[in-house]
Design a protein around this ligand. Sequence first.
Ligand code: URA
Length: 444
Amino acid sequence: MHLIDLIARKRDGGRISPDEWRTFAVDYVAGKFPDYQVAALLMAVYFRGLDDEETYALTGAMLDSGVRLDLSHLGSAAIDKHSTGGVGDKISIILAPLVAACGVLVPMISGRALGHTGGTLDKLESIPGFNTRLSLDAARAQVERLGCVLIGQTGEIAPADKKLYALRDATATVEAIPLIAASIMSKKLAEGLGGLVLDVKTGAGAFLPETERALELAQAMIAIGERRGCPVVVLLTSMDHPLGVACGNALEVEESLDVLRGGGPADTRELTLALGAEMLVLGGAVDDIGEARSRLEYTLNSGAALQKFRQVVEAQGGDPRVVDTPGEVLPQAAEQRMFFSHRSGFVQRVEPRVIGRGVIALGGGRTSMEATIDASVGFRILVKPGDHIMRGQPLAAILARDAAGAELGSACVKEAIIIGDEEPARVPLISHRVTGRGVETLTK
Ligand code: URA
């Protein structure tokens, strides 16, 4: 195959056939195409799009570029959750052990930081020793023993997506519905799932900020799941401001532990319960959402979810002391600075993209495919839109490597948190629930 022909065809608005996508995925994984040509193809797809059949074919090609996790011998449905990406979104770290502690298998394959958003794998790797690169055999054995595993793609699972994901991140080609849909669904279908819950973000910090586009993405992923026999439930959730308080890798692990102990920020806990409830119902552990929420709340409050997390950390080579003494185990930033409000008023906005890019600028994200991450840096954002604040009140803590980083972080917070006189309208945390049967509007 000459990739240049595909690039030119897509650039001019043509279609790429299922066979061509299959060959492309196999050959790309085999190292037959240079990244500059694949980047050009991605950019052509970004501008020209893919139709439903092409998106389905690309998903299948990426899925078939690797092997699948077969959990059928375990006799119960495996369920996973994936988010389209946000700032401060640490829900996967909480949800996998929580749902597993409720008796549903969770073979979770997550991604790394993408664009301005953080990645579950990078966050987990802030726990010293935590290994997200298990082989499929080791992952299968862990699901069998503990009910859950938290890993990355390795070379075995949808390796074409693994390479494309990193390249998209470095070429400004993340924000395309077919590319996001194929990326997420290829990884998830490789897990041999009996059902999937997706958290599709909307709002200023989402890859697709407009509700209509987020719904389009939701429907694209539901359609792929249904054709592959995997029921998908989507919640459309707000990424209009960072989720929770902590933004930054180690900080988010610490906040996840707070939620696993039964506390944590209200929005983070609520989203965990809403997504977890869908997982328990899909997994057949309970009959309805109300019963699912009670089971999840009990499992958080009883310490069973935290205990499951401790087991997972230990099984994956991490330091289990992180559970009881995170401050002693997780990397700590050398410089901590508070940012205070220069006026009284209502918080109008906390711009998630500015905070997400701020984490990267502090060293907590990648600016190239090879870059390494400083897990200690980030922000604690102490206010939400709608809060009334007084002059001199702390708005955020900046955690940086040095004084220059703290200066840079202060400038980000100043740009991100906008204070005004009027109380702004509240944006619901969860706006829609979408399934193969249609779209429900919610007001939570
Ligand atoms: N998460 C993924 O796995 N892929 C994307 O493209 C976006 C979010």
